[in-house]
Design a protein around this ligand. Sequence first.
Ligand code: MN
Length: 315
Amino acid sequence: MSNTAETSSQAYTCQENCADVAIFKHNPAREAILGRGLKIRRALPSVGKRMIGPWCFMDHFGPVDFPKEEKIVDVGSHPHIGLQTVTWIVAGEMLHKDSLGFEQVIRPGQLNVMTAGKGIVHSEETPRENSGSIHGVQLWIALPHQDRHVEPAFEHHPDVPVIEDKGLRLHLFMGSAYGKTSPATVFSPIVGIEVQAQPGRHSIQLETTFEHGIMMVEGDIEVGEQKLEIGGFYDLGRDRDCIAFECDEPVRFMLIGGAPFGESILMWWNLVARDEGEIREALDHWNAGTYFGTVDAYQGERLKAPELQTGLKKS
Ligand code: MN
């Protein structure tokens, strides 16, 4: 539980050096279909950009409507190591179950953070009681070397700090911004904000030492001459103290950032490690049914691990 739902009004105006003439690198997200027609846009990792700070993975799923009796999301038990998963829902609901015994439905405005550390297993599915729609994001955060073998943990936060600023509504789900801090456990300097904006001109304060990225979720915005379009992922780079933008419709986007990670990571399937030996060891354990726990509450089949490719590219 947390008690951070207070809403504050903290108007922020960009200083003169705010670059609203932006040269943002556009990394088109890769599209895929998960399960029964759930459209996924994978923004990270991409060919052009592997990480934003410690953020190493970002999927945008939906929006999609479906018959309520249909389980549109049903991702069976699978392991994770070396990372945190962050789930943020824009519409609908998702049910998380894990090998620690947690069962948790997440709804819009709420936050699920799972710290895999040395190893956890979970499943994700559409709950039986659902609204017939789903829209959200799942992100992964790489754990720094000294924390990547921590004990696994799961946190549900029913609310996160909200910052209101003249037609802007910011949900601070990870890290710190505007003098506020999300209740979620973090292991390195980081920020994650869901931005909602009404039509108009806005500016958002940024941490200069961070690198930042934007995933457009609803609507388009204009930053100087550049249009940031729905479904696109934009690399803002470093050394920005704010971003100023305009929109002529209500918009929503995910703003993520963090201190440059400073370590090379190796990602394969749901595993974040440092070398192929570690990935191989985790896959062998998963395939043999050893080391990792089980999600006793999940009814379906556990996921099969894909064959390990050699010569994986590090992030
Ligand atoms: Mn997972």
